[in-house]
Ligand binder design. Structure first.
Ligand code: NPQ
Ligand code: MG
Length: 379
């Protein structure tokens, strides 16, 4: 179901951008590196009497994708925000079209779109979930577990999350930390819903090794190969019993359709930042639903802003697998919203207030802000 009713238009007066650095409760190790601090960009869209919040989910270095803090900041300041401020009034629905001439930079675009949508929906008194087409008031919560010191430490960490109530475990893998780690979790916890994420760490030459994971009855293997290895993913998928899920490769609804047509994936991870916005994320959802392909909502270690948006997105009907929408406490001791997402009976609630339905804690935000710039119309 495409978005039924467009958002109201906002007369934009400017944007505030902030770089934030938020300490993680524990280091998060993936095949591309270890993070101790989450760096991200917080966006505030300033309208006539309304404001809205967004989040650009880039990290400090171009390791997960080509975008990173400084690239997103630069393109937002020099190219994206000037295009938005050139519009006398702008609906959230039209942000993607206005920004379309700029190639790529999808995370930057998505964060700006979210801020405009939040402002418009707050002004209307409509929730982000209603706008997107959410059909649930809470979503099942999975957790993404980083690579640990050794398999024994991984089992201890996973046990902690299972005790908290997370309904699905995803472990990060990389060459040398794959079969034994997966085996340890499967042996320790039996038939729990379990999947693995390689973040592009393998090549097709590793197909025999990856086929060893077939014996663990995984829900899926996420992004084993490089972002543009669509054909190799199709070749690999034909050799594995484990369903292949794409993350990094799915940069648009068109990329999702192409991957499905080629047999490169049978499950898709949807992240609004990676596809350039929430409207595009809904388009990916819609085409997968029409094709009978299960989707789930990915995570980018969002603050309470992006996390609220993800909870709303994950409440759409096609999200039939638990996502990486965890409680804020999975990553942060102190969030920048007044009511951080909590885990209740293995679920995270979809906020019910206008717009994103979360309020910013101004002191917490100020404490993590390391750079700030305000761009005004006509300035
Ligand atoms: C994934 N997320 O599904 C991503 C990877 C990821 C929750 O596993 C900074 C920038 C930190 C980008 C951490 C999860 C990041 C990041 C993880 C991306 O592949
Ligand atoms: Mg992933």
């Amino acid at each position: 179901m495409p978005i039924a009713r467009p958002s109201a238009a906002v007369a934009l007066e400017g944007f505030e951008l902030r770089v934030v650095q938020i300490p993680l409760v524990s280091p998060f190790t993936t095949s591309f590196g270890t993070e101790h601090v989450r760096e991200a960009i917080i966006v505030r869209a300033l309208g006539d009497g309304v404001a809205g919040w967004g989040e650009i989910v880039t990290g400090s270095a171009p390791l997960y994708s080509s975008e990173y803090t400084q690239s997103a900041w630069d393109v937002a300041v020099r190219h994206l925000i000037p295009r938005l401020l050139a519009e006398p009034a702008l609906r959230g629905d039209d942000v993607a079209d206005v920004l379309r001439p700029v190639v790529g930079h999808r995370m930057a675009k998505a964060g700006l779109e979210l801020a405009v949508l939040d402002a418009a929906l707050r002004a209307e008194g409509r929730t982000f979930g209603e706008y997107l087409g959410a059909v649930r008031d809470r979503v099942p919560s999975g957790v993404s577990v980083g690579i640990q010191q050794d398999p024994a430490a991984l089992v201890r960490t996973v046990r902690g999350y299972l005790d908290e109530g997370y309904v699905r475990i995803k472990i990060k893998i990389r060459p040398g930390r794959d079969v034994a780690d997966t085996a340890a979790v499967r042996e320790a916890f039996g038939a729990i819903p379990l999947q693995v994420d390689a973040n592009s760490a393998y090549t097709l030459a590793d197909a025999d090794l990856l086929a060893e994971l077939d014996r663990f009855d995984l829900l899926l293997i996420e992004q084993p190969l490089q972002e543009d290895d669509i054909v190799d993913h199709a070749t690999l998928a034909a050799r594995l019993r484990t369903p292949v899920c794409l993350d990094e490769s799915v940069v648009s609804a068109k990329a999702a359709a192409d991957a499905l047509a080629l047999g490169a994936a049978s499950v898709i991870n949807i992240k609004a930042g990676r596809v350039g916005g929430y409207r595009e994320a809904v388009a990916v959802h819609d085409l997968c639903r029409d094709a009978g392909v299960p989707v789930w909502c990915g995570g980018m270690l969002e603050t309470g802003i992006g996390r609220a948006a993800n909870a709303a997105l994950a409440a759409l009907p096609g999200f039939t697998l638990p996502g990486d929408v965890s409680a804020a406490s999975r990553f942060y001791a102190r969030d920048i919203v007044t009511e951080p997402a909590v885990l209740e009976d293995g679920h995270v609630r979809v906020p019910t207030g206008p717009g994103l339905g979360v309020e910013i804690d101004p002191v917490a935000l100020e404490d993590v802000t390391v750079a700030r710039e305000i761009l005004r119309r006509g300035a």
